[in-house]
Design a protein around this ligand. Structure first.
Ligand code: NAP
Ligand code: MG
Length: 407
């Protein structure tokens, strides 16, 4: 048994609250470091990522002494040492999603951030040290994928929690098969954003923009496949193009910027490659005419129309500010099209009618379905995928289950 599992539930809660409070106190510093390190705009780091990361610690702090009630008639115990591996798109937020529930459930943690964006995780380590949490309970180890693989294969690790690409997720699953390690995988996505003809048009256009261009499209649940009902197609496309042309692209540290930098040269190459594929597949391209900065890695917000279901840009995750657009006539047709994907992470439905929203959300094979909004996150709400988007849930009570043994 580790030291942490012997700390009483109410004491555990105080430590986790203290971490959350210290993060809040240093929120400005965390936001600036996050933006410098990742290229995401300061407005997002400041108003979304950092506050949400704090909220995950606040939320899970409240569970430490309620586990027995949450899982009635069961004896709840921690798993032991948990290895956690996270990607570069939401560096601090992903660290919070991973560490907070693991601690609340009584585990100790070894977390490996993505090597290109490890600064806020290291800052978090400093905060955790300052919180007085006993040494060795949370450990941050930096390094590339080979360090992640060491963690996966280490015999003292009882569970692996991974967020990243489907390719690496499959490698991890293979390497732990035959061992008694537990695993949860949060992988890629190609999520459908569906606009019905009775949707509030202007809000839907904002929702499309937020769905695909939030964090430069480096979002696992990005609404990267847009489906618009035929009768409103022309008006939606017209408004969407006008809106895209108004987006301010540039310095991530400027609080007026809408679209920041692409995280790395490698990712920019991947995105540009897909844009070329889209053109050569015969889809029609529209890009923002905003002048991109000369220095740094930038990509103009891009939409493709005349896309077919078999096109690579429709099937494969691009992980950048690139949207594919298709039309539909009937509800049955859009359900079929939306579900025609190896992924199943999220979806959005825009309609004035509750019954339509419920009908669609029950038939879409996606872990999260947003209605008349997109990319909204909350620590109380479980998040996770179907199919090749992985398994296991993070957030809410569901997010505790992967970190406990039940007897
Ligand atoms: P990635 O290449 O899979 O990397 C994710 C993490 O795994 C990084 O820390 C990486 O280290 C590490 N890693 C690489 N190879 C490994 C191996 N063989 N064994 C163990 N760890 C290894 O993913 P990415 O390109 O950074 O991130 C983008 C992907 O993540 C997208 O597909 C996106 O959809 C997915 N994602 C999913 C969610 C979700 O909740 N479902 C959230 C965010 C992102 P280094 O990069 O430092 O080398
Ligand atoms: Mg990678």
């Amino acid at each position: 048994m580790n030291i942490w599992s012997k700390v009483s539930p109410s004491e555990k809660s105080k430590y986790i609250y203290r971490i959350a409070r210290l993060m809040q106190e240093r929120a400005r510093e965390l936001a600036i470091i996050e933006t410098l390190d990742s290229g995401k705009v300061i407005r997002e780091s400041r108003d979304i990522d950092i506050p949400l990361a704090c909220n995950h610690f606040f939320y899970y702090a409240g569970w430490t002494d309620k586990l027995q009630y949450a899982f009635p008639n069961k004896k709840v115990s921690p798993l032991g040492v948990v290895g956690q591996i996270i990607p570069w798109n939401f560096p601090l937020l992903m660290a919070a999603w991973k560490i907070a529930p693991a601690l609340a459930a009584g585990n100790t943690v070894v977390l490996k951030p993505a090597e290109t964006t490890s600064l806020t995780a290291l800052k978090l380590a400093e905060i955790i040290r300052d919180s007085g949490l006993p040494d060795g309970v949370v450990n941050i180890v930096t390094g590339y994928g080979d360090t992640g693989a060491e963690l996966v294969n280490h015999y003292d690790i009882n569970k692996i929690a991974f967020t990243g690409s489907t390719t690496v997720g499959k490698i991890i699953q293979k390497s732990i098969s035959g061992s008694d390690k537990k695993v949860t995988l949060e992988l890629g996505g190609k999520s459908a954003n569906i606009i019905l003809e009775d949707a509030p048009i202007d809000q839907a256009v904002e929702g499309i923009i937020n769905g695909i261009f939030f964090n430069q499209g480096h979002v696992c649940c990005a609404g990267s496949r847009l489906f618009v009902q035929e009768s409103i197609y022309d008006i939606i496309i017209k408004k969407l193009k006008r809106r895209i042309d108004k987006l301010i692209i540039g310095d991530p540290l400027d609080k007026n910027t809408d679209i920041g930098a692409i995280n790395s040269k490698e990712q920019l190459n991947t995105i540009n490659n897909y844009i070329n594929i889209g053109k050569s597949e015969g889809s029609k391209i529209f890009q923002s005419s905003y002048k991109l900065p000369n220095k740094g890695y930038y990509c103009a917000p891009t939409i493709f129309t005349d896309v077919s279901q078999s096109n690579r840009i429709f099937q494969e995750e691009i992980f950048g500010p690139v949207l594919t657009i298709q039309t539909f006539r009937t509800i049955d047709e859009v359900i079929k099209k939306a579900n025609n994907s190896p992924y199943g992470l999220a979806a959005g439905v825009w309609s004035d009618k509750g019954s339509r929203v419920f009908n669609l959300s029950s038939k879409l094979r996606a872990g999260v379905v947003w209605a008349n909004t997109y990319n909204k996150f909350d620590p109380t709400s479980p998040f996770g995928g179907y199919k090749e988007s992985g398994f296991g849930r993070e957030g809410g009570l569901h997010g505790l289950s992967p970190y406990i043994n039940l007897k």
